[in-house]
Design a protein around this ligand. Structure first.
Ligand SMILES: C[S@@+](CC[C@H](N)C(=O)[O-])C[C@H]1O[C@@H](n2cnc3c(N)ncnc32)[C@H](O)[C@@H]1O
Length: 255
């Protein structure tokens, strides 16, 4: 039975469990809805995010796609001409990884079931990391950013692609109608899930704006933090580099 979520989960653990449940239950329709609801613009955004990763600096390196879902971002990097490294796609919802499994056959992409707030990797394991439409779902954003910083090599880049609210009045008004009214209805119809696609607008509304997100990245150990809006501000791409002397070592103990 699909149980509707509490609008305001009591704890980070409860929120994480809700998010894992949502993505586990919509995994079978995730790819279809992703491309339909974004009118396929998401493919262009992913290419721009990968271009910002500066993977050409280490084309044979190991890269992390955190909150990888069905691996679309990992595959965008793996398919770049001249790339001969590996991409690890980590997600805590096993049905999302399972759904994307056939897409990564024959590509240098490996699946790992793991929580972005406690990544199962040693410090400094990755030449670069990226997160597509994932950080908005983290119950403790600061902990997630500290983990992403920890697993990067010194100077390694993090790229975040995430929805945001457009600053222009007209586009924002149209976007709000689409996001709050059309998207939840189409999502419900196609996925058959009664409330998962109402979670999306709520999670975007409650998420920090681009400047606040940049500040959180600096506090987590990143420098050279920059961001730009794409498609009039429907989404933003943040780029940051692990600062010299920022955290390494093993994952934090389980809380
Ligand atoms: C909107 S989907 C994005 C998937 C993919 N990155 C993409 O671009 O299509 C968000 C994904 O983040 C995952 N996720 C959310 N919180 C997570 C966490 N704490 N640790 C690992 N994965 C998480 C969900 O399971 C889901 O697969």
């Amino acid at each position: 039975m699909i149980v509707p979520p509490r609008a305001d989960p009591a704890s980070g653990r409860e929120r994480a469990a809700q998010v894992r449940t949502i993505f586990s239950e919509i995994a079978h329709r995730y790819d279809l809805l992703n491309h339909v609801l974004s009118l396929n613009i998401d493919r262009r955004w992913r290419r721009r995010a990968v271009a910002a990763l500066d993977w050409e600096r280490a084309p044979g390196g190991t890269y992390l796609d955190a909150c990888a879902g069905t691996f679309d971002l990992a595959l965008t990097l793996a398919g770049r001409k001249g790339f001969h490294g590996r991409v690890i796609g980590a997600d805590f919802a096993l049905p999302m990884l399972a759904r994307g499994r056939s897409k990564i056959d024959g590509h240098p992409v490996g699946p790992v079931c793991g929580d972005t707030q406690r990544l199962p990797f040693r410090g400094g394991s990755f030449s670069g990391a990226m997160v597509g439409f994932g950080v908005r779902n983290l119950s403790d954003l600061a902990a997630g950013f500290r983990e992403l910083c920890r697993v990067l090599e010194p100077g390694g880049r993090l790229v975040i692609l995430e929805f945001t609210v457009p600053p222009g009045r007209l586009l924002r008004a149209a976007y709000m109608v689409y996001f709050n009214h059309i998207l939840p209805r189409v999502g419900r119809l196609v996925s058959g899930h009664p409330w998962a696609y109402s979670y999306l607008p709520r999670s975007v509304r409650d998420f920090p704006g681009p400047d606040a997100l940049a500040e959180l990245l600096r506090e987590a150990g990143f420098d050279s933090v920059e961001w730009r809006l794409v498609s009039g501000g429907i989404a933003a791409i943040h780029v940051a580099a692990k600062a010299p002397g920022a955290g390494a070592g093993d994952p934090p103990p389980e809380s």
